[in-house]
Each structure stands twice: as C-alpha cells, then as structure tokens.
Design a protein around this ligand. Sequence first.
Ligand code: TRH
Length: 344
Amino acid sequence: MLWDLFCRVIDNFGDVGVCWRLAAGLAQRGERVRLWIDDASALRWMAPDGAAGVMLHPWLQAETDADLVPGEVVIEAFGCDPPARFTARMAQRQPAPVWVNLEYLSAEDYVERSHGLRSPQFSGPGAGLDKWFFYPGFTPRTGGLMHPQAPPPDRQETLAALQVAVRPDERCVLLFCYPGSPLRALLDLLADAPTLLLAAAGPAQSELAAQPLPPGLRAHALPWLPQPRFDALLHATDLNLVRGEDSFVQAQWPGRPFVWQLYAQHDGAHAAKLDAFLDRFDAATGQADPALRALWRAWNGLGPWPDRLPAAGPWTQAAADWRDRLMGQADLITQLQEFVARRR
Ligand code: TRH
C-alpha cells in the first residue's frame, strides 16, 4: 500500500523524530511511504542515509502538484492538517483513503476514551470523508508505542564508536534537555557517585558549559547522532534524562532508569501528564521511592528537589518490569496497520 504521511515541524525534533521513525518502520514492513514535510533539515543528521521505501517530499508539492493521487492511507501527525488541495483529492479518490490523525502521546485517561474515534467531515475540502483518531499510549486500549526495530548493538561497541570511555567505577548518564533546565541542582545530586555525563547535542552542552562540575563528574559532548545510533546510546548508559515524546518512549526500552523532561505548557498541563505517567509506572511496578516523583517534578520545575537520587537497584528493577510490560503489548506500527486494514 502507499502511505502518505504528513509532518509539520512546529519546534524541536519530536515531530520529525516520530514521523521518521514511523515512516522507516512502515517501510521496513514492506509499505511504500511518502513523507511530506515542511522542514526536513533535521533529517540531515537524524537520517543521513534515508530509508529504502521512504520517499521524502516537500509539503508544498502536495498543494501544488495537480496530478498527485493520494495513497490508500493518509496519516496526519499531531493534527497538522494536510494541504487543502490534497485533502480535496482524497475526497475524489475511489475508494477513499483511510485518513488517520496520529495524536500526541499521553498517559492520561482521555487517551483510552479517544483512541479509535471517528470524525466524519461535513464541510471543507475533506467533506464526506471520515478522519480517525489514533492515540499512542501505555495500555492495551491505546495504539501502543513504537517498539525498537532491531536488538540494540553491544554497549561497548556503541560507546567506542562515540569515543566514549567509561571508567570502571563510573555511572554513565545521558542528558538530553531543554534550554533553561535546573542543571545546578541535578549536578549536585549526581555528585553522589563518579559519573560520566554524556551531553546530547543542543541545549545540554551550552547549559553544561556554564556550570562548574562537582568533583567526581566528567562531561562528554556528543555530536548530533543518526536516530538508530541515538537509540543504541539509550541502551548503553545507566541513566537517561530525556525529553519531549520520542526519546522518552525509546528510553523505556533499555529497562534502565530514565527521567522525563516534558515540553513545558503555559497552562501547566505538563504537570498532569507527568503525574499520569508516574501513577501508571508506580502502580504497574510497585515502585514506591518518593525520591523518584520528587526528582521528576523538580527537573520539570514543578516542586522541591529531593535530597538524594532514587535508590539505583529498585529503580532499575522497576524500569525493567515496566519495559517487560510494555513489550508485552502490540507495537504501534502493527496496530496502525491493523487499524487501517479494518477500515479499508
Ligand atoms: O525534540 P523534542 O523535545 O520534541 C518535542 C516533542 O515533539 C514534543 O511532543 C513536542 O511537544 C515538543 O517537541 C515541541 O524531543 P523528542 O520528542 O524526544 O524528539 C527528539 C528526536 O531527536 C528523537 O526522535 C530522537 C532524535 N535525536 C537523534 O536522532 N539524534 C540525536 O543526537 C538527538 C539528540 C536526538
């Protein structure tokens, strides 16, 4: 089948990160994918070699190319609305494409209620078509998550390829954060043990450069990595500090401790998202160390700092149990293919 996947890059890299991972995953399963994107610049480092079966197209071409015939499936990521003329062509296509809106990730209850809902289009270029809502999520009544596409390479290989040498007694920590992060307090907490801090490209490096490192901490600046190598790195560390959506999901597959920095929303809605996730995580794993929620909330500017990191053993066990639970659920791409097949 031909899948048309529309991606509008609002800011940061999650929109393109999620869409590229989906496009590459569908192509790996034999689907033909046209990825329509308004700013493909990040793909220069995120996907330098592209992927067989994925054809990149500038967003505007979907508006201007009068001979374009929509595919059997149209995915709009995060409610980005395909160009009007393309949508009008979808309405003329016989049979009509299956039109899916891939929504943002959340652990909140509304996701289970909203997943799979149909939205008949009564007006506009898509009048007469149905749009379907597809919600990623952490429970069986959602669309699931994008599972790793391949087993992770060996930890030592991954670190050696990045010229990262972790000393025997050192904890290896990945930092991928937003500008203005409360780094000082985090560094003081990480000073409880010898630590090598791998700073992802972007704000983490400039923020770290402005901070004196406590004794026992070393820092290593990483380049922008192709997505599969970034994923492999998540499996090569002891603790991952990640952000947004896509890196947050992928940091759950190694079964090692992770901390989520949410994209701060002016109305504070990110606080409910954080608590909704930890409520599910704690309930599913029996994790009960109060330092964990305190650390997550403090890192997101939502509360006071704990006086210590969560205990590593129980934290790692909880992360592994959580991963096993998620791996037991059907992955998002499989569910999306079945979702579409049932609606064709
Ligand atoms: O960049 P992000 O903060 O994106 C976020 C999310 O999209 C969020 O939903 C949205 O509200 C906000 O932007 C505006 O974080 P995220 O989602 O983890 O996306 C980063 C992508 O970049 C992810 O696919 C991993 C990839 N990446 C690499 O491939 N190589 C790298 O070196 C790094 C640092 C990241």
